[in-house]
Design a protein around this ligand. Structure first.
Ligand SMILES: Cc1cc2nc3c(=O)[nH]c(=O)nc-3n(C[C@H](O)[C@H](O)[C@H](O)COP(=O)(O)OP(=O)(O)OC[C@H]3O[C@@H](n4cnc5c(N)ncnc54)[C@H](O)[C@@H]3O)c2cc1C
Ligand SMILES: NC(=O)c1ccc[n+]([C@@H]2O[C@H](COP(=O)([O-])OP(=O)(O)OC[C@H]3O[C@@H](n4cnc5c(N)ncnc54)[C@H](O)[C@@H]3O)[C@@H](O)[C@H]2O)c1
Length: 470
């Protein structure tokens, strides 16, 4: 790790996936960059989010795939080996050490500065005793952490958040999950597959921001796996007694469990970031324009990318914003005029039109763009069609009773797809085709000539277009 000099072209605060990409991009373009990291280079994603959670989920999906096909089904004679799954997860979290990521960053020419960064004024960041100055820009990439729901006692009894749910070293006998968003659904699926008796407490349906068919499919999958999904009921009070957590519900019932997971959303890591020194409110999400410049700060030197700007709390979108804001910083450093319009390298257009997401439950959910409801609310003239994926030849080959649905939302005026949602085994690998169609604004009449291979699950594209009337 290099000793920080004190003047850099760009200072990035936060070395998660977003910060790493922002720093690497500006360095590639010939600027100098310091990246300040208070915990582990690689961020939440590498150690307590995407990678360990998917490492927990993948073995269950592999087992389900094997069980879904006559012939291989007969070869499956046991259940998941929880110890082996946890050990493989530990490997994917690189045993919570960041030597590899630090070596990568330094190899990329980034100066890694260990410690907690705070703004102290325009283009000024302090890290302990060191005062760093940026010639061009400061990029805040400090991410988010779990928000505890307003439940009596929850802050005092040591509950699980996403951190513990992705790094626990033993399988709890009984796990109660509060929240039916992506973290709640994925972690309920993972720990139930590893042997926990899981109860979910959800206010309404699962996966609220997606098409309703997604939450319904995941709820059915969780129920089939033995998860007790309780809707419309809320925890009001939690206590830990004799090593056990007792949850009181608003219907007067109580639940006992060994661990309680709070999966009720995120909060920005901006409490102790010196925001007040530049006129911003500590603890707030940071509003940015499409170049990721913080809108409430004058002078054009402060950017915020990734979770902390609350545009799309996903690693791939943080990395995209990093590429976008690095392009803007480099161009502005070269005194170039930057026309702000869709789909240029320095505008994060996809944040508003084409955010893809995969939920790695069983069944998987994959979605991009707008739901039908969102498209109508945006004032579009819309027609939506659905098709059962299991009727496609490739899907019936993939699994004996492939259960899944595809939904396509079309903007009738422009004859283009504005949203796609898929449920079913392995549909995550299909969603990028939809993303290309949405971003490319490919007219359906042209998409008709994108012929899917036979017999692959991607023939769902042909079926959707036929159902639409082509
Ligand atoms: C359980 C779970 C599973 C997820 N799975 C997926 C998934 O499968 N796919 C996906 O796309 N997204 C997933 N996400 C979301 C994904 O983790 C985040 O969108 C992503 O980590 C955001 O990246 P970031 O770089 O903006 O922030 P982070 O990854 O949070 O990194 C921010 C970094 O900044 C550092 N930092 C904070 N404040 C300071 C400071 N003042 N000084 C110095 N350093 C500081 C932190 O230590 C951290 O290393 C998941 C989230 C959770 C909780
Ligand atoms: N596979 C992936 O891409 C992946 C996986 C995990 C997380 N993520 C990202 O991380 C972010 C955070 O996920 P999350 O699931 O923590 O948040 P979320 O905002 O997606 O869901 C939180 C859920 O908790 C519910 N909730 C809030 N307070 C509650 C209470 N008191 N009782 C019951 N329910 C309550 C909310 O209604 C909501 O449904 C998401 O934006 C997601 O995109 C992505």
């Amino acid at each position: 790790m290099s000793e920080p000099s004190h003047q850099y072209d760009v200072i990035v605060v936060g070395g998660g996936p977003t910060g790493e990409n922002a720093a690497a991009r500006v360095v590639e373009a010939g600027l100098s960059a310091a990246m300040v990291e208070s915990e582990l280079v690689g961020g939440e994603c590498s150690y307590w989010a995407c990678m360990p959670s998917k490492a927990l989920l993948r073995p269950a999906a592999a087992l389900a795939d094997a069980k879904a096909v006559a012939g291989s089904r007969e070869a499956v004679t046991g259940t998941l080996d929880a110890a082996a799954v946890l050990a493989r997860r530990d490997d994917f979290a690189t045993h919570w050490k960041d030597d590899g990521q630090v070596a990568w960053a330094e190899g990329a020419g980034i100066t890694v500065v260990r410690g907690h960064g705070r703004l102290t004024g325009e283009k000024q960041v302090t890290v302990g005793e060191a005062e760093l100055t940026a010639a061009h820009a400061v990029v805040l990439c400090t991410g988010s952490d779990a928000a505890l729901p307003a439940i009596e006692g929850i802050a005092d009894i040591g509950v699980w958040t996403s951190r513990e749910a992705t790094s626990a070293q033993a399988v709890p006998g009984r796990l109660v999950v509060i929240g039916g968003g992506v973290v709640g659904c994925e972690m309920a699926a993972a720990w139930s597959a590893l042997g926990s008796q899981v109860t979910m407490l959800v206010r309404s349906g699962l996966l609220g921001g997606l098409e309703p068919l997604a939450g319904k499919a995941v709820q059915a999958g969780l129920k089939a796996a033995g998860v007790d999904v309780r809707s419309g009921v809320q925890a009001t009070d939690v206590v830990r007694e004799a090593g056990m957590v007792v949850v009181t519900l608003d219907n007067g019932q109580t639940l006992e469990c060994d661990e309680l997971l709070a999966a009720a959303g995120r909060r920005p890591k901006t409490d102790d970031l010196g925001l007040e020194t530049v006129g911003l409110r500590p603890g707030s999400w940071l509003d940015v324009d499409d170049t990721c410049q913080v809108t409430a700060v004058d002078g054009g030197w402060l950017y915020a990318a990734g979770d902390v700007n609350h545009r799309a709390l996903l690693t791939h979108m943080g990395k995209y914003q990093a590429r976008v804001c690095a392009a803007a910083i480099v161009a502005r450093a070269q005194k170039q005029e930057l026309p702000i319009k869709p789909y240029v390298p320095w505008t994060a257009t996809a944040d508003r039109t084409a955010v893809p997401q995969i939920v790695f439950t069983h069944p998987e959910v994959a979605a991009v763009g707008m739901t039908e409801r969102q498209a109508r609310a945006a004032g579009l003239r819309v027609r939506a069609v659905e098709y059962p994926i299991g009727r496609v030849a490739g899907a019936s080959l993939y699994a004996d009773s492939y259960d899944g649905t595809a939904k396509m939302v079309v903007d009738i005026t422009r004859d283009v797809i504005v949203g796609v949602t898929l449920t079913g085994p392995n549909v995550g690998e299909l969603i990028h085709a939809a993303t290309v169609a949405v971003v490319g604004e490919v007219p359906l009449s042209r998409l008709w000539h994108a012929v899917p291979s036979y017999p692959a699950v991607s023939e769902i594209w042909l079926r959707l277009l036929e159902t639409y009337g082509l």
